[in-house]
Design a protein around this ligand. Structure first.
Ligand SMILES: *[C@@H]1O[C@H](CO)[C@@H](O)[C@H](O)[C@H]1NC(C)=O
Ligand SMILES: *[C@@H]1O[C@H](CO)[C@@H](O)[C@H](O)[C@H]1NC(C)=O
Ligand SMILES: *[C@@H]1O[C@H](CO)[C@@H](O)[C@H](O)[C@H]1NC(C)=O
Ligand SMILES: *[C@@H]1O[C@H](CO)[C@@H](O)[C@H](O)[C@H]1NC(C)=O
Length: 461
């Protein structure tokens, strides 16, 4: 008559564990990766952290790489790539992670991976997280409801707390948030949310020390710096610059279409910059072919068109690497190796930017609040980026009114000037990476690594 309490308990326990492992979160060590020769010489773990209540509605995918130096003592950093909606795998594979794609002619077979000697994981534990939902391998039942600035902030905060519960051995490590490009907007808000939650005693306590941001979007004023920057870099004439200043009065974002002289000057400006790669003005300009229908670009026979479901970019272009990443991440063997749950993601896109609700228009106030609380910060700029020019970054830093601790000076690598730096009160450091673009460590890996490893070790640049 009466049920067996022992067995019921077991069943309950089993169901509880099943829920925990199948739905809430999972983690797996990855020892081999398709395209990489031999076992990985670093510790890679991939996994999911489930947010929300109990079901598998919101699943955040991450790549975690242990420091190759001293994982117990080295800091732990959460990395967010920009977009909004670019997979942090982009940061891993193209900027600061331990492997990258081997740039070689694509012949249809799986792209190869090679080590990046200047990986930031040489000195730091890094979690590369796929957020907002819809990004990379993270998935949610109803994407539309999950894609906004504040959702991204809350999800990232919830993610890191849950991740630390699953990895208590990292609770005492110093914790940093690293972000670049668009994530200059949600990044500081995430840091503030973590800090606020720590203050009210939310567990587990996160050993938050600071944040670093690369060419970060911050105030929305950035667009007004494109023209002065292009002038300073010799991309437009003195006369056009003078005329633009006169006719548009320094406001180049929302143009009154009745202001014909300003519109005329801006059209001329656009023509001058048509062939310029805005992410790195020294690099090749390459049309992004990924969004184009193959038919439009492959004017070949029908059979060839049917065979090619994609367009291969020029191997000399940065986007060739993005193409390799997309081929790689969509390969079944890769997904298996990464322990991506079957049937959750149809096609991996490096960036999924649709349907995002922009709610935070400036992160300036977050910087004001955070530095008052004593968090360290490194703000760096690849100085040949037109998207977020270093001049716009310096302008908002100046507007913080911090006193200068050590004034503008070159910082060196191998006896050569690698960029310029200045330190401010409130533990803020600004640095340029000379001759680099929007994603500074991508184009200047040695300099990027030197800058990061010095800053994270609290050494002067
Ligand atoms: C493609 O090139 C790789 C070497 O990079 C080679 O191992 C492979 O066999 C080639 N595949 C095809 C289909 O030609
Ligand atoms: C998804 O979320 C949106 C926004 O909250 C909502 O309007 C819509 O009804 C939801 N769709 C489904 C299928 O639940
Ligand atoms: C900064 O901190 C103040 C005081 O805690 C708070 O009222 C304000 O909302 C914060 N600013 C932002 C942008 O969160
Ligand atoms: C910086 O100083 C200016 C001029 O005194 C002032 O208007 C502004 O509010 C200050 N900014 C901050 C963030 O305190």
């Amino acid at each position: 008559m009466s049920s067996n309490p022992c067995c019921n308990l077991h069943i309950q326990l089993f169901l509880g564990l099943a829920a925990l492992f199948l739905q809430i979160s999972s983690q797996s060590k990855v020892e081999f990766l398709p395209g990489f020769q031999g076992p990985l010489p670093f510790d890679l773990e991939t996994g999911y952290v489930g947010l929300g209540e109990t079901d598998d509605d919101l699943q955040v995918f991450y790549y975690f790489i242990k420091s190759e130096n001293n994982p117990q003592k080295d800091p732990l950093m959460l990395w967010l790539t920009g977009g909004p909606g670019c997979s942090s795998f982009s940061g891993l594979a193209f900027q600061n992670g331990p492997f990258k794609f081997k740039i070689e002619e694509y012949n249809g077979s799986l792209p190869n991976l090679v080590l990046r000697p200047q990986s930031w994981t040489k000195v730091c534990n890094i979690i590369f997280v796929d957020l907002p939902f819809g990004t990379g391998f993270s998935y949610a039942k109803n994407l539309t409801a999950q894609r906004s600035d504040w959702k991204l902030v809350h999800h990232t905060h919830e993610f890191i707390r849950k991740w630390l519960i699953d990895h208590p051995e990292f609770l005492s490590n110093e914790f940093y948030v690293g972000a670049d490009s668009y994530s200059g907007i949600p990044g500081p808000a995430i840091v503030q949310e973590i800090s606020n939650a720590n203050e009210i005693g939310l567990q587990p306590l996160i050993n938050l020390k600071g944040y670093l941001l690369g060419n970060p979007l911050t105030t929305g004023e950035e667009d007004n710096y494109h023209i002065p920057y292009a002038h300073g870099m010799g991309l437009i004439s003195d006369e056009l610059y003078a005329s633009l200043q006169r006719n548009c009065k320094g406001e180049y974002r929302s143009i009154d279409s009745r202001n014909e002289l300003c519109v005329r000057d801006l059209n001329y400006f656009d023509e001058c910059l048509l062939g310029i790669n805005k992410f790195f003005i020294l690099d090749r300009y390459c049309e992004d072919v990924s969004s184009k229908k193959p038919e439009a670009l492959w004017r070949r026979s029908l059979t060839q068109r049917l065979k090619s479901s994609f367009v291969v970019p020029d191997i000399k272009c940065q986007i060739f690497g993005f193409f390799l990443a997309t081929q790689w991440a969509n390969d079944e063997s890769v997904r298996k190796a990464l322990h991506v749950r079957q049937g959750t993601i149809e096609r991996w896109e490096r960036c999924y930017t649709a349907d995002f609700v922009f709610q935070i228009h400036s992160s300036f106030e977050f910087h004001v609040n955070l530095s008052a609380k004593g968090y360290r910060s490194l703000i760096y700029s690849g100085d040949h980026d037109l998207v977020v020019p270093f001049t716009s970054t310096q302008a908002w830093i100046r507007a913080l009114n911090y006193s200068i601790i050590q004034d503008w000076r070159p910082w060196l690598l191998d006896g050569q000037v690698a960029g310029y730096t200045r330190t401010y009160s409130n533990q803020m450091t600004f640095a340029t990476v000379k001759g680099s673009g929007h994603t500074a460590p991508e184009y200047k890996p040695d300099e990027g690594f030197a800058m990061f490893s010095r800053w994270i070790a609290r050494e002067p640049l």
